[in-house]
Design a protein around this ligand. Sequence first.
Ligand code: S3P
Length: 175
Amino acid sequence: MKSIIIIGYMGAGKTTVGKALAKELGVMFYDLDWYIESRMRKTVKQIFDEMGEKGFRQIEHNMLHEVAEFENVIVSCGGGTPCFFDNIDYMNQCGETVYLKASAETLYEHLKMGKGVRPLLLNKTPEEVQVFIREQLKQREPFYSKAKHIFDISVMDDFDKINDTVQQLRKQLGI
Ligand code: S3P
């Protein structure tokens, strides 16, 4: 099996879906943010605070190259990973890229409930977060759309039924 690389905006469920799919297929799972944190011994937030977004993107690019070299694995990327350097083209060369597509409204609902610290969303009011998601999603869509497979989570009756999502995704990918 070629590696599967999951992309999409923050809150799309990349980590949850990637982990469940890897478990079902019995392959290793890597979350790029977690990989960066363990390799750098710093949280993503610390890296943003110390090196700015530019520094983070360089590290992310380098770490993507490490992880994408692994064979037969599932990788979930950060929301911005495909949108910098030639990352999306590189990912398409390395594996089967899957865009987990969701509307700005759905993403906002997921992010509202999420506990993770997202440096790009800090210090914003709920209204500002909604506007930010809408605008950034528009800018990022051209990169996300370059994925080989687009899995629209709005087709799911209940995205929280993770097993159903995994089965649908397997069907779409033919694995
Ligand atoms: C980012 C998304 C985050 C993380 C960083 C930047 C982005 O990952 O990489 O905070 O630019 O969208 P998740 O999509 O896993 O939250």
